[in-house]
Design a binder for this molecule. Structure first.
Ligand code: ADP
Length: 546
């Protein structure tokens, strides 16, 4: 079907106009039919009233005759009876004329009025003739003759007019009835046919509008779907100027164009982004390489730092260790000299007393050599060749070794109390941990002035925190650290000791060793009261390691 070239608004307006027109037509037809029926009913009522008046006039005529006769018999005034009857008939005829006018409203009615006038004149003549006859007739038994004559006169002069009028009314009534039936038939046909035609028309128009809209919407929908699938190139056909479809098609085409340029813009932007990302990645790779270099340099520097600190510790220890070694060595030497001298001077087999003294000297020498071995062993722990070797570390042993090495520094300043026992092994490197505790013990010793051993104490203790960590505490009763310095003690090269005595590296190296162990080191101090360092380390095999 060729589509009707109309805008959607025009179609809907046309549809509404046709619907309203059809409703108005149906209403008009029904109104006219009802008005005609009403008018027909009024006419029929008017005709019926006329017929009744004709009947009443006939009856009254006979009544008038008997009234006349009775009046004459009683010596009354027959002329008064005539006048009264004339008045009544005049009123009847006036009413008749009114009814005829009602019946023929807007239609010609001269013939009808003429007929009524003829009847009125005939009836008037009869009334007067009858009165005259009764009044002038001699008295006695002539009443029957009088009635007979008057009735004869009525039959001849009045009845034909009455019959004619009555027949006319009857004919009018039949005509109106016929017309009424006809109007009813038309009304019935119109009442059924017009709504049917209206329904068919409205349905056809609605279908045409619906089909056109569906076709246009289908095209628009298909285009929108294609756009959604990424096809932005094909255009919707545009025909007219004011059609809603055309407006929408234009809008969709415009949208597709804008989308096309947005997509192109996005592609351009993506390409630019990719290029920028590539460029940045290259820059990042370069920076990463530089960072790796720096890291390696830093690691090398850190190793050197650790080594330097170890050297410093060893340097500090050298005098003490020398002294420690000197004592047992002098002991060993004097006992060996004694033994050598006894054996040299001996000529025969030794006496039991000589033998016992010799054995005692050798045992003392052996004990002295054993003390030297232990000191050397502890020194080896500090200079362990492989720093990276990690494993279970017995803190009791490590702390004891560190205490032994620091014994020379502590002696003469404070009592050393060791309460490190029954702790699980921690994960780490024993040489490095020994270095940490040795540093802490030497610092504690240096914080206490020599000479008041009884009043000062350095205490080593340990406790298990939860199931995964062990905390070792090094507490001293030394000078303490003021608040402003407390924040800086872990900084590399921070020292309060005179040049040549302190490097300021000890605590920073301790911190980096403990951090490398997954542990933590903290300090608490009260100037004049003392200082406590706490080292927390993960238990070997515990979850904290993970
Ligand atoms: P150094 O001992 O070479 O000075 P450290 O890093 O070991 O370097 O210590 C830094 C500073 O922290 C010390 O100079 C000292 O002032 C302070 N300090 C460290 N331990 C204690 C302590 N137990 N009591 C008081 N002061 C301490």
């Amino acid at each position: 079907m060729k589509p009707i070239e109309m805008t959607l608004r025009s179609r809907v307006l046309l549809f509404a106009a046709v619907a309203v027109g059809l409703v108005a037509l149906v209403g008009g037809v029904l109104f006219v039919t009802a008005s005609r029926g009403e008018r027909g009913l009024a006419q029929m009522l008017a005709i019926q009233s006329q017929t009744e008046i004709y009947g009443r006039m006939t009856d009254e005529s006979f009544g008038y005759l008997s009234t006349l006769l009775h009046t004459r018999e009683t010596g009354g005034d027959t002329q008064a009876v005539l006048e009264a009857q004339e008045k009544r008939f005049a009123a009847g005829f006036a009413r008749l004329e009114e009814l005829v006018r009602e019946e023929h409203a807007g239609e010609p009615m001269e013939g009808e009025l003429e007929r009524i006038e003829q009847l009125q004149r005939a009836l008037q003549r009869w009334l007067r003739g009858s009165e005259e006859r009764v009044r002038l007739a001699p008295g006695g038994g002539e009443a029957a003759t009088l009635v007979h004559e008057s009735l004869q006169a009525f039959r001849e002069k009045v009845a034909p007019h009455l019959k004619e009028a009555w027949d006319q009314s009857r004919a009018d009534l039949d005509e109106h009835e016929r017309r009424g039936q006809q109007s009813l038939g038309i009304g019935r046909v119109v009442g059924v046919a017009v709504p049917l035609v209206a329904l068919v028309l409205v349905l056809s128009m609605a279908s045409i509008i619906y089909l056109n809209m569906r076709r246009a919407l289908g095209t628009l929908l298909e285009r929108a779907q294609r756009m959604g699938e990424g096809d932005l190139d094909s255009e919707l056909p545009v025909k007219g100027e004011r059609d809603e479809y055309d407006l929408m098609a234009r809008a969709i085409n415009r949208m597709a164009t804008q989308l096309r340029s947005a997509v192109q813009e996005r592609e351009r932007y993506n390409a630019l982004l990719e290029q920028t990302v590539r460029q940045r990645t290259a820059e990042l790779e370069q920076a990463n390489a530089r960072l790796t270099d720096s890291l390696q340099q830093l690691q090398a520097a850190q190793s050197q730092l650790l080594f330097a600190d170890r050297l410093a510790t060893v340097g500090q220890l050298a005098a003490g260790v020398g002294h420690e070694l000197n004592n047992p060595l002098a002991f060993v030497l004097s006992n060996l000299n004694y033994a050598q001298q006894v054996v040299t001077e001996m000529e025969a087999a030794p006496t039991p007393v000589e033998r016992r003294e010799l054995l005692e000297a050798l045992a003392d020498a052996r004990e002295g050599a054993e003390r030297v071995r232990l000191i050397v062993r502890d020194l080896r722990m500090l200079s362990h060749p492989d720093d990276r070797e990690m494993g279970p570390v017995d803190l009791v042993k490590v702390v004891r070794s560190a205490a032994k090495m620091a014994a020379h520094e502590i002696r003469g300043r404070a009592r050393l109390v060791q309460a490190v026992e029954n702790v699980p092994p921690v994960h780490g490197n024993s040489a490095r941990l020994c270095q940490v505790f040795l540093n802490l013990l030497i610092n504690a010793a240096h914080a206490i002035a020599p000479g008041a051993v009884e009043r000062n104490e350095i205490k080593l203790s340990a406790r298990v925190d939860g199931t995964h960590r062990v905390t070792v505490e090094v507490r001293d009763t030394g000078s303490g650290i003021s608040k402003d310095k407390l924040e800086r003690v872990f900084e590399p090269f921070f020292t309060t000791k005179p040049a040549g005595e302190g490097s300021g590296l000890g605590l920073s190296v301790c911190k980096s060793i403990i951090s490398a162990h997954g542990g933590d080191i903290s300090v608490e101090s009260e100037p004049g009261q003392g200082t406590t360092f706490r080292v927390s380390l993960p238990v070997y095999g515990g979850e904290a390691r993970a």
